[in-house]
Design a protein around this ligand. Structure first.
Ligand code: PLP
Length: 397
């Protein structure tokens, strides 16, 4: 292990917090990571409290802890508590943001080639009701979104620039800050899908100048399943009205009028999974304690080792793109359908995953790919695990 990394992160302690690492080689962190012990404890403790006291009464008893989750999430991305809404997934957060944009006929949406399927489906769904155009910004020679092409496309009719930061199907990291800088000088809103980046790399909404940012709990952030959150900038908060108003996001002040909450929680509903919310807060604190810069450096180093190892194996073709590459490593293996290879490794207690054309159709079609194998590493993986992974995949051939 590299000395600088070893001195920054105590890998043995991080693995001790992740009990399954003794039995399992987990490289499916882009699917769902393993929760650290404090996250699991937080969720279980709260469920026990609900059982003992009742749901409303438990919520009152843990009110302060629940409020603190907003600050924990905000701190993780350089935001303020008032700018955070907690949701049950990233897709929910993204769709709440998207549905609140006041589109008019003739508006244009610019997006990335590596855009996530559910985002693109939302564009198609909107187009059934409203004549808006959707234009994918071409990628540059490294495979990342071309900032120059974006500058050319960004005219007065563009209402929204919706970009995926790190796609589900590879190591690519799109240049979020350069995109944000351009969009900030335009009429458009900037919506960043940061599902795979929050928890993997340092993400700062001020630096990125995002109006809206969405992410999930279960992936690199290592939180519980069924969680996600939405960041809304103060300027966006002023102009965006949520698609749904309930008695939590709004107040019914008179028979025929209501007022929306002033903070981002106008996007939330009254009912939510409080145990999971508290677990998400614990995950955010854990990520902050590990340190986004140290974990990003280690994740990249482990992913590079994996790419080098796989590249040396005959019959394996790496499919990662980008000027900067992160912890998601994708490839094809001659003679294997990705799901079958995943199953074979799972039988040996090695967790990897696969990604098909249906998740990122624009990008996969352009590159003539139908399906890829995906190994996504986290800071708690070890060099020995990476080497074992290379060996297991190489020997499958
Ligand atoms: C996983 C993923 C999503 C969806 O997240 P959910 O929490 O499952 O809704 C969105 N965008 C990208 C890039 C993803 O990888």
């Amino acid at each position: 292990m590299n000395d600088i990394l070893a001195s920054t992160l105590d890998i043995q302690a991080l693995r001790a917090d992740t009990p399954a690492t003794t039995a399992l080689l987990h490289a499916n962190n882009a699917g769902a990571s393993l929760q650290p012990q404090p996250v699991t404890d937080t969720v279980l403790n709260y469920l026990a409290l609900e059982q003992q006291r009742g749901g409303y009464e438990a919520a009152i008893a843990r009110h302060a802890e629940r409020e603190a989750v907003y600050a924990d999430l905000a701190r993780l991305i350089g935001a303020q508590s008032r700018q955070i809404a907690i949701t049950d997934s990233a897709t929910r957060a993204w769709n709440l943001a998207f549905a609140s944009v006041p589109f008019r006929p003739g508006d244009r949406i610019l997006t990335s080639m590596a855009e996530y399927a559910s985002n693109y489906l939302a564009f198609l769904h909107l187009q059934e009701r409203l004549p808006v155009t959707v234009t994918p910004v071409p990628s540059d020679e490294t495979g990342q979104l071309s900032v120059r092409a974006l500058a050319d496309l960004l005219d007065d009719r563009v209402r929204l620039v919706a970009v995926t930061h790190i796609p589900t199907n590879g190591g690519l990291v799109n240049p979020a800050a350069a995109i944000g800088e351009l969009v900030a000088d335009s009429q458009a809103l900037f919506l960043l899908d940061a599902c795979q980046s929050v928890g993997q790399m340092p993400v700062d909404v001020g630096e990125i100048q995002a109006d809206l940012l969405t992410t999930t709990g279960r992936k690199y952030l290592r939180g519980p399943r069924g969680t996600g959150f939405l960041y809304v900038s103060d300027t966006a908060l002023d102009v965006l009205r949520p698609p749904i108003a309930d008695l939590f996001g709004a107040r019914w002040t008179e028979r025929d009028s209501y007022t929306l909450r002033r903070d981002a929680r106008r996007f939330e509903l009254y009912e939510s999974n409080i145990a999971a919310t508290l677990g998400l807060g614990a995950a955010a604190r854990y990520a902050a304690a590990v340190g986004p810069s140290a974990s990003w450096a280690r994740i990249r180093a482990l992913a590079e080792r994996l790419r080098e190892g796989l590249a040396a194996e005959p019959g394996i073709t790496l499919t990662d793109q980008g000027h900067v590459k992160g912890g998601i490593v994708t490839f094809t293996v001659r003679g294997w359908e990705p799901p079958q290879l995943v199953e074979r490794l799972r039988a040996r207690d090695i967790n990897i995953w696969h990604s098909s054309i249906e998740s990122t159709r624009l990008d996969m079609e352009k590159r003539g790919l139908r399906s890829v194998v995906r190994a996504s590493v986290h800071y708690f993986n070890t060099e020995q695990e990476i080497d074992r992974l290379v060996e297991a995949i190489g020997s499958a051939r």
